[in-house]
Design a protein around this ligand. Structure first.
Ligand code: IMP
Length: 200
């Protein structure tokens, strides 16, 4: 394997996954969808993060590349796991982070503090052109605040309070977030699964 394609157009995620790939596979060229001239939209219509990550990775693997794709989102316990796979378009299309956060605050208005628990979930799928598939998953637990705190990060970060650091994700430095995030956990899980596959 000399090339891996990251099936994502989200610059935040591409940067994180690129760093990981360089670490695990030094010498491998990491390409984005733009790099391979792929401009079509991949319809993510799965019911789970796993389904959506696989849809994206399989689409690119079918073109002859080893492909990695991730799907992620927020699952709020008091909302039975919503917004889940609809996290990006919770308040409608196109993705509007401010509107998503306002909707979340309004849905949770009557939910008491101790019931505002939630988790971010990240699933990473790696698919090779010969059809072998690896799925990795990571989670990070927190609670949803009643008002915004912090200016960093993206998406639901200003409302997601991470108890061990006593701050929201939007108040963490990128390095701090990258150490404990759901994506970091999924990447760690992928590393373990890849090393198990190589030993077989
Ligand atoms: P995806 O790009 O289809 O994986 O959708 C991810 C959506 O989940 C984003 O648009 C955000 O709303 C939310 N999300 C995923 N990861 C994070 C994160 O690290 N911080 C804040 N929001 C996130």
């Amino acid at each position: 394997m000399d090339k891996i394609v990251l099936a994502s157009n989200n610059a935040h995620k591409v940067a994180e996954l690129q760093a990981f790939m360089r670490d695990v596979y030094p010498g491998v060229t990491v390409l984005s969808l733009r790099d391979i001239g792929y401009t079509a939209e991949i319809v993510e219509d799965g019911d789970t993060f796993e389904d959506n990550a696989l849809i994206k990775a399989r689409t690119i693997a079918a073109l002859g590349y080893t492909a990695i794709a991730d799907d992620s989102g927020l699952m709020v316990d008091a909302l039975d796991g919503a917004p889940g796979v609809y996290s990006a378009r919770y308040a409608g299309e196109p993705c509007d982070n401010a509107a998503n956060n306002e909707k979340l605050l309004s849905e949770l208005r009557d939910v008491p503090d101790e019931k505002r628990t939630a988790k971010f979930v990240s699933v990473i799928a790696m698919v090779t052109p010969d059809g072998s598939e690896i799925i990795a998953r990571g989670e990070c637990r927190g609670t949803i605040l009643r008002e915004y705190r912090g200016n960093g990060g993206f998406g639901y970060d200003p409302l997601f309070f991470y108890e061990p650091y006593g701050r929201t994700f939007a108040e963490l430095t990128p390095d701090e977030k990258n150490r404990i995030s759901h994506r970091a956990a999924a990447i760690a899980d992928l590393k373990v699964r890849l090393s198990q596959t190589e030993r077989k």
